[in-house]
Design a protein around this ligand. Structure first.
Ligand SMILES: Nc1ncnc2c1ncn2[C@@H]1O[C@H](COP(=O)(O)OP(=O)(O)O)[C@@H](O)[C@H]1O
Ligand SMILES: [Mg+2]
Length: 182
């Protein structure tokens, strides 16, 4: 389970001034949820995803992942937790021709008691079917997300697409750094 409490992210904006990208974020995401983060450009969606993915640590507030208080972890402990618990598929799907997406899909599966062969089948089959990647790729990825979610994996995606969001069961709406709906 993910729990964010009074989380905020800001960047310095000159002398003693800050630009707030995320403000007072309070979110609970249960194990096995499929959540879409939506909102206009600049709302803070990518920032939120990178915080949840433990790529960014320059935030304030509380972030619990199950029993772990991420806000209290040392960088090395956070890296271990991230490697064990989190897979990250980068925005757009244009990284498919290197190994990043495969690895990103493979790592979380490896912690869900899939054998190496089962993982290879699940991830490899899906990726093999892409061939040349264009408009159908998004749908293939969404189908894989659905499959992983059916297996119990928590999925959090950022999307502008209502169709992609419809794969999930919940939408978190951001606007100007605030959650306006969840
Ligand atoms: N490193 C940074 N320094 C300053 N401002 C940033 C930085 N990263 C993002 N921002 C600003 O934070 C706001 C939200 O960015 P982002 O999370 O990428 O929004 P979204 O993904 O919803 O379009 C934008 O106004 C962006 O310019
Ligand atoms: Mg973005």
């Amino acid at each position: 389970m993910i729990r964010l409490r009074n989380l905020e992210r800001s960047y310095p904006l000159g002398k003693e001034k800050f630009f707030y990208v995320l403000r007072d974020i309070n979110v609970d995401i249960q194990q096995g949820e499929f959540v879409s983060v939506m909102g206009p450009s600049g709302a803070g969606k990518s920032t939120l995803l990178h915080i949840l993915g433990m790529h960014d640590h320059g935030w304030k507030g509380e972030f619990f992942l199950d029993e772990a208080a991420v806000h209290h972890l040392k960088p090395k402990e956070r890296a271990t937790l991230r490697n064990e618990q989190i897979g990250f598929v980068f925005q757009q799907y244009h990284l498919l021709d290197d190994l990043t997406v495969y690895e990103n899909l493979d790592i979380p599966l490896s912690y869900r008691r899939y054998s190496k062969n089962e993982r290879a089948a699940l991830v490899g089959d899906t990726l093999d079917r892409f061939g040349n990647l264009h408009s159908s790729q998004g749908e293939e990825i969404m189908e894989l997300f659905r499959k992983l979610n059916d297996e119990g994996m928590t999925i959090i995606q950022v999307t502008h697409s209502e169709k992609n969001a419809s794969y999930g069961k919940r939408v978190i709406q951001l606007r100007d750094g605030w959650i306006v709906n969840q």
